[in-house]
Design a protein around this ligand. Structure first.
Ligand code: NDP
Length: 381
């Protein structure tokens, strides 16, 4: 259905009977792709609260987080969100741990709505990004709350639309919520994006250019034409150039968005690269929060993460720069704003490869191999 709009997707109306089972890729235990099981009789996810909506998935993206969660990454923290008391079995089938359905976003069609949902009606085209502790979108249907959903951009097919919500909202949370940029404040600001060629980077470059910022980004050589076409002003080939020396020769930045992590943070989080005493921020997406909880347990992991964040924040404050963690955050209102930018032609989907639903393990392989050039998407319906 997805290249051609929603033809072929079942467009449920209130008069049609609700199915009781659905197709899904389930994970019965954490591990490799071998642990995925395709089923065509997974239970249909129910509406448990009046603000929930059942969405029929037409297309969904695959993200590095899905690959990591397949291996058990984040289970300690996510299980605490699934059940904050830590003692009860999971009571809500939409927040079960195993069997787990992965997938954090989708483009699809509203099938059924809870009694308190006024803004969405069955049959409407929507895009969603789902909180990681919930059942995901690599299935025929997903249940979301009305804060995780927005009307899909009219100008995009479902496959195109599915490439944006998770990465787009991660960039939004990092640049807007943590970075303090918006359409009014971003104009003329100098922003460095480490890792411009992937899902988050390709979206972040476009959002910043739409708002008039000056964008420098790092990538491999073959991604330079793509990033040039997205509007990046300065592009540093990190494989051929000494990034550290090259960036030192440029004017200092107002914001650095780090989607790469590792050594870069050690030298870039410094007044050699960020403007001191001007509100400049270093926002990293490579946080140790979930990993610490997995290895040390929820409480000790949280403590260690808090100390690491506070240590960097204090170190930065002494020289007038700020250190922040960026996290994907489901946000229907931000999706509304992104949809408007897409329909105005200011942001376009960047798709690396499309797989069919039955090829889902191959899509995970593709994402696992790295070197993303935009997004990997699966067409579901
Ligand atoms: P992708 O896999 O889509 O893209 C990563 C990109 O980084 C690839 O294009 C890769 O291409 C490039 N890259 C790798 N090493 C370098 C380097 N040293 N310098 C410049 N570019 C590099 O990932 P996403 O865009 O989806 O996510 C980016 C990062 O953010 C990931 O690590 C992800 O786990 C994290 N993330 C964190 C979230 C959070 O809530 N904290 C949410 C979403 C993502 P190539 O190797 O060819 O250079």
């Amino acid at each position: 259905c997805c290249y051609l709009g929603n033809q072929g997707c079942r467009n449920f109306s209130t008069s049609q009977r609700r199915p009781y089972i659905m197709k899904a890729w389930q994970l019965r235990e954490y591990g490799s792709n071998k642990n995925f099981r395709f089923t065509d009789n997974a239970p249909m996810p129910p509406i448990m609260y009046p603000n929930q909506i059942i969405v029929q998935v037409c297309a969904a993206s695959v993200n590095p987080l899905d690959v990591m969660m397949r291996e058990g990454y984040g289970a300690a923290m996510l299980n605490r969100q699934r059940d904050p008391t830590g003692v009860l079995p999971f009571m809500d089938p939409n927040v079960n741990e195993l069997p787990l359905v992965l997938g954090r976003d989708c483009s699809g069609i509203v099938m059924e709505t809870g009694l308190n949902v006024k803004e969405y009606k069955p049959g409407e085209e929507v895009w969603v990004a789902v909180n990681p502790y919930k059942m995901g979108t690599h299935a025929e249907f997903v249940v979301v709350t009305n804060s995780e959903i927005s009307h899909k951009p009219r100008s995009l097919t479902h496959v195109q639309a599915a490439s944006i919500p998770y990465s787009g909202l991660t960039a939004w949370a990092s640049l807007v919520t943590q970075g303090g940029l918006n359409e009014k404040t971003a104009k003329g600001k100098r922003v460095l994006i480490l890792g411009g060629s992937g899902g988050v980077g390709t979206f972040a470059v476009q959002l910043l250019k739409a708002w008039g910022a000056h964008v420098t980004t790092t990538c491999s050589r073959d991604a330079i034409p793509m990033l040039t076409s997205l509007g990046a002003d300065d592009i540093v080939n990190y494989q051929a150039q000494d990034v550290r020396e090259h960036l030192k020769r440029l004017n200092k930045f107002d914001l650095i968005l780090d989607g790469v992590g590792g050594e870069a943070e050690k030298y870039l989080f410094s007044t050699d690269y960020l403007k001191p005493w001007a509100g400049a921020k270093y926002v990293t997406l490579r946080t140790p929060l979930l990993k610490n909880a997995d290895s040390l347990g929820f409480t000790d992991g949280l403590l260690k993460s808090g100390m690491s964040l506070a240590g960097n924040a204090v170190k930065g404050l002494a020289s007038g720069i700020h250190y922040r963690w960026g996290f994907f955050t489901p946000d229907g209102m931000a999706l509304d704003k992104i949809a408007a930018l897409v329909d105005q032609g200011k942001i376009r989907p960047v798709i690396d490869r499309v797989f069919t639903f039955d090829q889902l393990p191959a899509a995970y392989d593709k994402v696992e191999q790295g070197h993303a050039r935009g997004k990997t998407v699966i067409s579901v319906a």
